[in-house]
Design a protein around this ligand. Sequence first.
Ligand SMILES: [Zn+2]
Length: 134
Amino acid sequence: MSRAPRPKSVSGLSGLSSLVYSTDSGRLCPGCGQAQAQCACAAQQAEAALAARRAAGVVKVQRSSKGRGGKTVSTVSGVPLDEAGLQALAKTLKAACGTGGTVKDGVIEIQGDHVAQLLTLLDGRGWTVKRAGG
Ligand SMILES: [Zn+2]
């Protein structure tokens, strides 16, 4: 046993250096560890969701009468717009079709069978527009 004793390793502590806790910045975001005042997670998630919809890039127009007491509606889904944009587009489409409609869960519903007209109206906006379903 002639070996000199090794110096005590401190490398075990270096891994902790990136964990910095702040006690005076209020609640920390569980997502990014930033103080919630500085956290951009929610905005990033909204942006990511919007980007995903843009990337999907296909607007689907579909006639549907499921679960509506036999009433036919034309749905427009996959539109790469935020809620305000969807509402504005729905208004335009309703006016053009001369009918009512709504926006539900990011899908525009136009009352009646206006699929052909909607395809025409949505074309030329730079989106890929497809007729889906029957
Ligand atoms: Zn965060």
